[in-house]
Design a protein around this ligand. Sequence first.
Ligand SMILES: O=C(O)CCC(=O)C(=O)O
Length: 260
Amino acid sequence: MVSNRSQVHSNYNEQGYVVIRNYFSAAEISSLREVVLKFHQLWKEDNADFYQQEAFNSSLVTGSQYLTFDNRVKLFNFISSKKIMNLVDAVIPTNPAFMNTQLFFNPVNPQQKDFWHRDCQYDHDIEMQKKVIHDTQVLHLRVPLFDELGMELVPGTHKRWDSDEEFNVRQEEKGRVSSENLSTGKKIKLAAGDLLVFSADMIHRGLYGLDRLALDILVFDSAADFVDYVDDDCLPDISMLDKINDPRLFMNTLHLKSKG
Ligand SMILES: O=C(O)CCC(=O)C(=O)O
């Protein structure tokens, strides 16, 4: 368990992730869960077919489609709370910017298997992936709302390329499939109240099971070219900014957007 800023920084740099146990109180999690469950219920009703057939996550939890003004403000205040910002600042010391949120849950179909990937593989070919893992990466801060099996990560792969085994499984080459076990995988079981910070570009998979419902906050370094990934609707309206205690995470994104 790590607690101070330089320890967080060095653990993240070396391993690509940091886990902090019992970081949030039961009251903090229950208040967050209440808002997120409202979103989840409405999202499921609105996306019934997708949910039944294949979904394992949703996004834009802070958007205006399902949550009221007050609940959005509550969520923005959680995302930019001292506890979250202390970690964000430890990993991205200069101008961290908010990208989005995602909500991860179990797929309805029990046959659907969890799968290894790097997030960058959905945007880039292999040669480009080899480059981008050495550039600035997107950070996920996972806040489990119920106890869950957690994530399986391959430590160090935020900075190194795949072994043959990792590559063939993740890319489904040479008859391998992405749901197979990897000898280098490390399972990180998570309980409600824990926080896991990890690099989106390391090799990872979410582990399906229990009653998982995890809010992932996505943050990037303003120096990197990610602002086009940000949907305007997931940002606070101007009228919300003075209700957010420390709005700089959102201000940095708004600033990048205004330049773009
Ligand atoms: O939890 C999951 O299902 C996958 C998580 C993941 O891939 C991510 O957060 O990037």
